[in-house]
Design a protein around this ligand. Structure first.
Ligand code: GRF
Length: 202
């Protein structure tokens, strides 16, 4: 049976869309069971609906974190999700959520972790003056932008760059590597040794 993805997003949803297009094209063997946003106005929800996917708004504003995450876990379980994919989900997850899906939550971060965790990573990297940045797909654990790394892509910082042009170049790589990382996890052909994700050759 095809593995079922649960996508969580808060905004634009371009990473989600890249994954969805790979699923539709048959390049990624999975099913998108549900797309959930904590913001009703998220562009990603509209994209999901236009692709005929189940899209749910679960507004988080005003709800205490644990209570909200408990609702989220229930919703994902109801949709029989195998793997949770954070795609621009701008909310910290509580231990309740993380423990409900052990090593079953992925995130993408727009820097080469462990450099520049947290918000606005592309701007942080640009202002720092690094010559290479990129993106990282990692398992989610209880610390921010911290879990074992599945995939990274390096991106050069060019002399004429602005933070925005650098972000756009990183985003192109995000769209490529996220599906690759999901494919690895769904295949089960990897093991985690400490912090290291060792991918078995096919
Ligand atoms: C991406 O830069 C991603 O790395 C970060 O949030 C942004 C989401 O963009 N976690 P989008 O909503 O997928 O377009």
């Amino acid at each position: 049976m095809r593995k079922r993805l649960g996508i969580l997003l808060s905004g634009r949803g371009s990473n989600f869309e890249a994954i969805a297009r790979n699923v539709i094209a048959g390049v990624l063997d999975a099913e998108i069971a549900v797309v959930i946003s904590n913001r009703e106005s998220a562009q990603g929800l509209a994209t999901a609906r236009s692709l005929g996917l189940k899209a749910i708004a679960l507004p988080s504003k005003g709800t205490e974190r644990e209570a909200f995450d408990t609702q989220l876990v229930e919703l994902l379980r109801r949709h029989e999700v195998d793997l949770v994919v954070l795609a621009g989900y701008m909310r910290l997850l509580s231990p309740i959520f993380i423990r409900a899906f052990p090593q079953r939550i992925l995130n993408i971060h727009p820097s080469l972790l462990p450099a520049f965790p947290g918000l606005d990573a592309q701007h942080q990297a640009f202002e720092y003056g690094v010559k290479v940045s990129g993106c990282t797909v990692h398992f989610v654990d209880e610390q921010l932008d911290n879990g074992p790394i599945l995939r990274q892509a390096a991106v050069p910082v060019l002399p004429h760059d602005t933070a925005d042009s650098l972000s756009a170049r990183i985003l192109e790589q995000e769209h490529r590597v996220y599906s690759e990382a999901i494919r690895i996890v769904l295949s089960g052909r990897y093991r985690i040794e400490g912090r290291r994700v060792v991918v078995e050759e096919s």
